[in-house]
Design a protein around this ligand. Structure first.
Ligand SMILES: [Zn+2]
Length: 272
């Protein structure tokens, strides 16, 4: 399903968890994020790419290595792969591939390709690292916190911000990495919004937006959430219940987030 299409940006949305795959096309390159989830959806994206690729080079940015974000990797083995050095050096690659196999087994899904953990061609090592892809300039920033291996990408000259699993309108922050990293990554996002003229924001789950107020509100909510998380959270929970349609499903993640935050803050105090 196509969630958004305008000029050279097309965003596919999976039926599962509103997961997105962004496709950006120019005269000599196509840049895509995280092709996903279901076999028919991955095939649809693949057909779309094949019919538009011609002699252009295909690049895939893996925003991070949660299994749902690399589930389509095996279908695009010829792409130039971009990801963080933490993604490239991840010690448990086979485990992620196995999660994909188990997902398919658990849902009786067959695919035309084998699951793989992508080999990284362009390793993102530091904030502000750039890559020219045709007439696009991609600028990368490390974004740990959700996982340890995330990256943000700004695509110029079009002002597209690919934020991976941050700044979603359908999810509050999911902290599987570190709380402190997450706080710093949201500061990085703020820097990006201040530094670039962001015209379109594509989150890894949720809706693409061109509305600057909506972008601000996504950023503000993450900041508010991270600030309130270690405190008494009845008010925060009530707010989320109202804000997020699927909050009941996600409330366990919130409780885990709180444990992570409190553990890190407690550790910080005992180190003083
Ligand atoms: Zn995700």
């Amino acid at each position: 399903m196509i969630q958004y299409q305008k000029e050279n940006l097309t965003v596919f949305q999976s039926s599962l968890y509103m997961t997105t795959s962004a496709v950006i096309e120019t005269d000599d390159a196509i840049v895509m994020t995280d092709p996903n989830w279901l076999p028919v959806e991955v095939e649809g994206i693949k057909k779309y790419i094949e019919s538009n690729l011609g002699s252009k080079q295909l690049y895939i940015i893996y925003t991070h290595n949660d299994y749902d974000h690399i589930i389509g990797a095996g279908a695009f083995s010829n792409a130039i792969v971009i990801a963080s050095e933490e993604f490239a050096q991840y010690p448990d690659k086979e485990k992620v591939v196995q999660q994909n196999r188990e997902f398919d087994e658990g849902h009786y899904l067959e695919r035309t390709y084998d699951h793989i953990y992508p080999d990284v061609d362009v390793v993102v090592k530091h904030d502000g690292q750039q890559l020219k892809a045709g007439d696009l300039t991609l600028t990368f920033y490390k974004s740990p916190g959700h996982t340890n291996d995330g990256i943000f990408t700004v695509v110029e000259p079009y002002g597209i911000f690919l934020s991976g699993d941050y700044l979603s309108d359908v999810e509050f922050p999911f902290i599987s990495g570190s709380y402190h990293d997450y706080v710093r990554t949201i500061d990085t996002a703020e820097t990006i919004f201040n530094k670039y003229d962001i015209k379109v924001h594509v989150p890894g789950h949720g809706r693409t937006t061109e509305d600057k107020r909506e972008m601000d509100s996504r950023l503000d909510f993450s900041m508010y959430y991270l600030q309130e998380l270690p405190k008494e959270d009845e008010e925060l929970k009530a707010h989320m219940q109202e804000k997020f349609t699927f909050f009941n499903f996600m409330s366990g993640v919130h409780d885990d987030n709180k444990k992570v935050a409190l553990r890190e803050l407690e550790k910080g105090r005992s180190n003083c």
